[in-house]
Design a protein around this ligand. Structure first.
Ligand SMILES: [Mg+2]
Length: 205
């Protein structure tokens, strides 16, 4: 599976869903999430190096996302992607074990920078169950396609589970109980990014 293809596929998915993501954000935030991420991932595609390792490509993509994605959460996505790249190191090929480490690293970075735990209605509510499901599938002997599919399914369930949650982080938390009853846009976009991974892994399986 090509990591460059993941950046490109993610950018396509985010572009296609930008309107919906911003609408979700409008309900509990400032309505810019989809368009911010769209700008960041489009810039990341342009910045992808033609040569070098998958890890290097992710570091460049992540750095680009940090510098071009607005909002509070934008830099979190970029830092997570950058961390994933660092976890891949200088490996020439992304296998299931390395990708698991990259996902775990991305989660750690998001939790550290965002100071977020599960249940606070953030992207962590998609990413944390995705990483757990990935690691469980890996431990059960799953290959890249199986592990990423488990992660994507868990991320989507996790995103859906943010509806009854009250936001504890970010702008949405100012709404208090009025944040209940809405999807968290960051959890939804995170699930899209992991679905892109699973789609590519299954196409190349
Ligand atoms: Mg926003």
């Amino acid at each position: 599976m090509s990591i460059l293809d993941w950046v490109r596929r993610s950018a396509e998915l985010i572009a296609a869903e930008a309107e919906r993501l911003s609408r979700l954000d409008a309900a509990i935030g400032d309505g810019d999430h989809g368009h911010n991420l769209d700008r960041g991932f489009a810039a990341a595609v342009e910045a992808l190096p033609e040569h070098g390792t998958p890890g290097r490509a992710l570091v460049v993509a992540g750095r680009t996302i940090v510098s071009t994605t607005g909002g509070v959460s934008g830099p979190l996505y970029g830092m997570a992607v950058r961390r994933a790249g660092k976890e891949l190191g200088d490996a020439g090929v992304v296998d299931a074990v390395r990708l698991g480490a990259a996902l775990r690293g991305a989660l750690e970075t998001v939790q550290e920078l965002g100071e977020a735990q599960e249940g606070e209605k953030t992207m962590v509510d998609a990413l944390a169950p995705a990483v757990a499901a990935y690691e469980q599938a890996l431990a059960a002997g799953g290959d890249l396609a199986e592990c990423t599919r488990a992660a994507a399914d868990a991320a989507e369930r996790g995103a859906q589970a943010t509806v009854p949650m009250q936001a504890r982080k970010g702008r949405a938390s100012y709404l208090g109980k009025r944040s209940i009853g809405h999807l968290d846009p960051g959890a939804v976009s995170t699930a899209l990014l992991i679905r892109a991974l699973a789609d590519l892994a299954s196409e190349h399986a």
